[in-house]
Design a protein around this ligand. Sequence first.
Ligand SMILES: [Zn+2]
Length: 108
Amino acid sequence: MKQLLELLTVHGGKIVCTASMTPEFIRQAQASGRMFVDENSIGFVWEPPIYKLPETEAEVEFFEKWYPLPVQIPEKLKTLDWLYEAQENCGGAKCQVKKCLICKNEQY
Ligand SMILES: [Zn+2]
């Protein structure tokens, strides 16, 4: 816990409870050594003061230091295949695709 308080003193940011975090962010915190679990198994994480996408080299370096794991993007969303597929399946005015992404058809 002392280490988290030191990070807070040096960098600012905040300390949050792991209960309010997604598994992805907890993994990032564990991997960069800014998580502490107390004797009651309550987890605390120091969150660095990053409020926007990093732009400068120093900002990117700071971000990658505290979020060292690759950010997970679902395989399906890496290309636009899902969009082309949806466009091909869409039947326009007579569309029968359930929750069609193209014509927003909701009635089937
Ligand atoms: Zn459609």
